[in-house]
Design a binder for this molecule. Structure first.
Ligand SMILES: NC(=O)c1ccc[n+]([C@@H]2O[C@H](COP(=O)([O-])OP(=O)(O)OC[C@H]3O[C@@H](n4cnc5c(N)ncnc54)[C@H](OP(=O)(O)O)[C@@H]3O)[C@@H](O)[C@H]2O)c1
Length: 249
């Protein structure tokens, strides 16, 4: 199968692009011709991926909104923004504390706000932009042991639809991927949770119609579609990449 070149001449920022799903998306956009800026909390791993795909790297901890806004603005105009960086903190809700809630909200939601806020003015001026936010099926159907995480992922859908509404007149689309269980270090973290870990990952697989974990390449392919110029009539959508997990959403 020949990979198309839908991103020749395009500049894309992928947060959390140094591993897992973000890396899969960064690799796919680069393979299709984009200059990808790989953002990582540590510069080293981001530089490693960027070096392999012919992109560039930037250090960014998106839990610091002000610093993130400055860092994104300093990159100059972007054609594509993929808000992927995020984390989960597996625990039953009654075992969590406000500090954990704030950490999840600060990264998964405020980090996305900061990147989007900084990237939008140049996109509006250019009259073109593709923003893709990485959500989760947890945000559509809920998830045991992930109440606050699921809340952040539901919030991403509302944010994406609102940004899509506000920016349609500028030729900017904004969509969400409701990702299902994908084989990444985040899934490894779930597996490592004492007592319930393995069961949790098995339940994730069983929750899909396809009875398996997805791959980062499969997410990269869906992301590339929504970030391509040709997806110009697709906005405010939430696309499940989850082996059918969201069937009842
Ligand atoms: N894996 C799944 O099954 C699954 C399912 C649904 C949704 N998702 C979503 O997909 C996205 C990527 O997940 P993944 O599975 O690829 O996870 P991962 O392997 O843990 O990678 C997460 C990435 O986000 C970065 N990150 C986390 N906190 C950050 C922060 N404060 N500032 C900057 N970067 C930060 C990490 O950077 P460091 O390397 O510096 O930690 C890493 O590059 C997340 O939004 C996740 O919620 C994943």
């Amino acid at each position: 199968m020949t990979t198309p070149r839908r991103f020749d001449g395009r500049r894309a920022l992928v947060t959390g692009g140094s591993r897992g799903i973000g890396e899969g998306i960064a690799r796919r956009l680069a393979a299709e011709g984009a200059h990808v800026i790989v953002a990582g909390r540590s510069l080293g791993p981001a530089q490693e991926v960027a070096g392999e795909i012919g992109g560039s790297a930037v250090q960014m901890d998106i839990s610091d909104a002000e610093a993130t806004m400055a860092a994104v603005a300093a990159l100059g105009p972007l054609d594509v923004l993929v808000n992927n960086a995020g984390f989960d903190d597996f625990a039953y809700f009654t075992d969590t504390a406000p500090q954990q809630w704030r950490a999840l909200l600060g990264t998964n939601l405020e980090g996305m706000f900061a990147c989007t806020h900084a990237a939008l003015p140049a996109m509006q001026q250019a009259g073109y932009g593709r923003i893709l936010n990485i959500g989760s099926e947890a945000g559509r159907i809920g998830s045991k042991g992930n109440a606050v995480y699921a809340t952040t992922k539901a919030g991403i859908i509302g944010f994406s639809k609102s940004i899509a509404r506000e920016n349609a007149r500028y030729g900017i689309t904004c969509n969400t991927l409701a990702v299902g269980p994908i084989d990444t270090p985040l899934t490894d973290a779930a597996r490592a949770v004492p007592v319930h870990g393995e069961k949790m990952v098995q339940a994730m697989k069983d929750g899909t119609l396809l009875r398996r974990l997805g791959t980062t390449e499969e997410v990269g392919a869906a992301a590339a579609f929504l970030c391509a110029e040709e997806a110009s009539f697709v906005t405010a959508e939430c696309l499940g990449v989850s082996g059918g997990m969201g069937i009842s959403a």
